[in-house]
Each structure stands twice: as C-alpha cells, then as structure tokens.
Design a binder for this molecule. Structure first.
Ligand code: IPE
Ligand code: IPE
Ligand code: MG
Length: 264
C-alpha cells in the first residue's frame, strides 16, 4: 500500500530545505513518524566553553535557535507533540546569575516566538511546577499559552521547573485526595487512570526521546511516560542540533523494532 508523504513544504516553513535535508526527508517513512518526541536539550554550557566564552549563558542563548528549528521541524512533519526539557527542578541549584539569565531568556522567548508559533499553528502548553516561576514569567507563559490555545497543529510542551518524581508525587496526591473524598477506591486505581493524573496526558507517551551532548542519563525527565520510548542519544551539543540531526534521530527511531514486551 502506498502512503502519501505528509506535505512538508508548508507555506509556514520559511527557509527552504537543503539538499541534505531533502535527502534525509525522502528516507523517512511517513506512516511511521513518532507521534510525540521529547528532547533533553543538554550541553549549552559546554558549547559556550568550547567557543571560548566564559559565561554559560551564551550557550543558552544560542540554544534558542535550536528550539525554534526543532519546533518548526516537528510542526512541518505534522507531529502531534514535542516536549522540550527546558528547566529542571534540580536546575534551581545553579548559580543565581545563571538562573536569572535563563528566566530572562525564557521571558524573551515567550514574547518573541508568539508570532512564529501562531504562523506554524503551534499550541503551547507547559509541564512542571509552574508556581515556582517568578510572577512575570508565569504571566508571559499564561499569555502565550492562551494566545496559541486554538492552534490545531503541533503541541509544544515546555517542561519548566519540571521533575518527574515531583510530577508523580503530585499525581499520587491527587489519587489520595480522590480516595479520601470517596470518588475513587484504591482498587480502582490502574496505570491508565494514574497516567491521566500526570501533566498533559492528552499528549500521550513520547515515542522517541532524544538527548543531546552524549550524556547517557534521564535526569529526572518523564520517568513514568518513557516506559517504552525509544532513546536516541546525539553527541552534538544542543546549540549545534539542527534539522538534519532531528531527521537523523527520527530515521534511527524508524529502524527500531518496538516490541512492547511482545514477540514478532
Ligand atoms: C542544558 O544545558 C540547559 C539547561 C539545563 C537549562 P546545560 O546548561 O546543562 O549545559 P551543560 O550540560 O552544562 O554543558
Ligand atoms: C537536564 O540537563 C535538564 C535540562 C535539559 C533542562 P542537566 O544538565 O540539568 O542534567 P544533568 O545535571 O547533566 O543530569
Ligand atoms: Mg547539562
């Protein structure tokens, strides 16, 4: 059965595809694209250092271009969701100046990318303990979420002040509250129901998890949701991650045999 290619050359995709990108794209099986991709965007500090810059923030700033390009690519491929690990619970332990600079960059992103998100029909949502963010950042986040809420294409989920253990504990508390109020009995709690108590269950579990910078760890990201995700670790640092790298990761994903514990 022949399956038609998704229309990648959407008018909203501003820059043309390079020859390498077109070659990679033609190798993709449009019928087996991941529905939800999650990315641990790592290596910004090392990127700044490798460029001889003393401040890690230069790497974070350069990483914004990679965020924009990954989002455009996911939207152009008509993926359902892209979850980006932008700031972890544990990242609050970083130097105050780095945290302040990261929050400033987040504020800028939330304002500057609004038109781009709307042009690409992208809906923004966020996961994590958003109450930890400063009031100004929360306000801009809520504004951008609401300004893009009726978009029907890709859902871009920013994980902010996110920790998977904290998310699981919040879900467990919800279940306990429901049990206390008599809405749910302990026997009725199933993995499916528990999944629905986590942040943004409508996105589904990630099919593909990408980590840049070569680190082989999960760093408290989506521990529940990645039970059967395929992992692709890319050696490149996040600010160097470009569309061909994303397409290569999807090609690697398509070469995997997902068995979910069963047999072929
Ligand atoms: C990832 O890059 C961005 C955040 C965690 C906010 P890092 O800042 O962790 O950079 P490295 O891993 O130290 O190079
Ligand atoms: C994971 O990267 C968090 C984000 C990408 C936001 P880290 O750099 O914080 O993780 P570790 O410290 O290497 O595990
Ligand atoms: Mg890191």
């Amino acid at each position: 059965m022949s399956v038609s290619r998704p229309n990648i050359a959407t008018p909203t995709l501003r820059e043309p595809f390079s020859a390498e990108e077109s070659r990679l794209f033609s190798q993709l099986d449009p019928a087996r694209l991941p529905r939800h991709v999650a990315i641990i965007m790592d290596g910004n500090g090392r990127w700044a250092k490798s460029k001889g810059m003393a401040a890690r923030i230069f790497g974070h700033r350069a990483g914004i271009d990679s965020v924009r390009e990954a989002t455009r690519t996911a939207a152009a491929l008509r993926l359902h969701a892209l979850t980006l690990y932008a700031f972890s619970k544990e990242n609050w332990s970083r130097p105050t100046a780095e945290i302040a600079a990261l929050m400033e960059l987040l504020d800028q992103f939330l304002v500057q990318e609004r038109a781009e998100l709307n042009d690409n029909n992208v809906r923004l949502v966020a996961s994590g303990e958003l109450e930890d963010l400063r009031p100004r950042t929360r306000e801009l986040l809520e504004e951008t979420i609401s300004l893009t809420s009726s978009n029907t294409g890709l859902t871009l989920n920013l994980a902010l002040s996110y920790g998977a253990r904290a998310e699981i504990v919040r879900a467990a508390r919800r279940a306990m509250e429901m049990a206390r109020s008599g809405e749910l009995s302990p026997e009725e709690l199933t993995p499916e129901l528990f999944s629905r108590m986590l942040d943004h269950p409508e996105l589904g579990d990630p099919d593909l998890l990408i980590r840049t910078s070569g680190e082989l760890r999960v760093s408290n990201f989506l521990l529940w949701q990645i039970a059967y995700s395929e992992f692709v670790v890319v050696a490149k640092l996040w600010p160097d991650f470009r569309r061909p790298d994303f397409l290569e990761a999807i090609l690697q994903y398509q070469a995997r045999d997902r068995r979910f514990g069963g047999v072929r």
